[in-house]
Design a binder for this molecule. Sequence first.
Ligand SMILES: [Zn+2]
Ligand SMILES: [Zn+2]
Length: 385
Amino acid sequence: MARDYYEVLGVSREATDDEIKKAYRRKAMEHHPDRNDGSKRAEAKFKEAAEAYEVLLDPDMRSRYDRFGDAGLKAGTSGGGFGGFHPFDLSEALNIFMRDFGGGGGFEGIFGGRRRSSRDNRRGQDIRISLRLTLEEVAKGKKRKVKIRALERCTTCDGTGAAEGGSTKTCRQCGGTGEVRQATESFFGNFVSVTVCPSCAGEGKTIDHPCRDCLGEGRRRGDKVVEIEIPAGVAENNYLTLRGKGGAGMRGAPPGDLIVGLEFEEDPRFERHGDDLVYDLAVSFSQAALSGDFVVPTPLGDVAVQVPAGSQTGLVLTVRGKGLPSVSHGGRGDLHVRLQVWTPEHLSDEQQSLFRQIAELEGDPPGDESLGRRFWSRMKEAFGG
Ligand SMILES: [Zn+2]
Ligand SMILES: [Zn+2]
């Protein structure tokens, strides 16, 4: 990923999706391996264009790339089974091109057959699910088991699609190539078109006795339980890609991926500002005046906080490193404890008389301006501007 993605496609940073699509299509056509006699340089450019296209077309990845560059895309590549973004190999780059521009766009003719995309059709389905996480799960990371309904490898035939005693044979119609050629006469001369073989659906093989349980597909509907490991510090609307954990492929073709979107549950105790958390703490007059020790919750357990003598409502005490962890920059946010001096609503006779005594002894509070200035300068101190 040496070059800037916008530069790779030759578009401005404000480019619309449509401009990005057009630019990518132009680059991909120019550098497509089938048109460049397998030149390694063209292949590299082809892959690079696919990568740029994939990132800039996805609003989430694009905004992370705009903000953090390459680092934004690597966010979350740590931890087991965690996909993140990675440089494409040639087959992925080709798949992207075929996915968006291969179907019905007339490219089959140019690039000699739909062989690749028909293989791709046999790959298992990608499955998307979303998980809701509590703040505690975000802070600590979590292993979750989820039940997924998907096509599973057929156990009767072990995914081969053939019944016991049955076998796969080279397809007679296409001779194992998976494609058939048809000559069509036209005004301009004879056209030879290449299509997916109808007998074997492009596989090049047929089964003489298909498995009864899966009707020769090699896969069946079923439930499976997948364990998902969520690393600590994921960001909201991030997603994890678990390679190969999606639906089973047809007759032993590669499985699809499981894509897990992450949502956060509201936690009424905290206000969130990115990785920082704000907790409102009510303290009594006397605690605010004389100082006091408190225990406040964090997603990683309770912490002790000392309220200094002479604290005002709105004073923010910052406990470093007790907010949420962050996968994008590796650190941990802070916990800000915001004080609210609590005025008692009902006073006993004894309390009333004590407050009267204090009232005779205490001085006047400062004027409006000085109070406001002090409040905001403390807020700034805590939140950095
Ligand atoms: Zn079967
Ligand atoms: Zn065939």
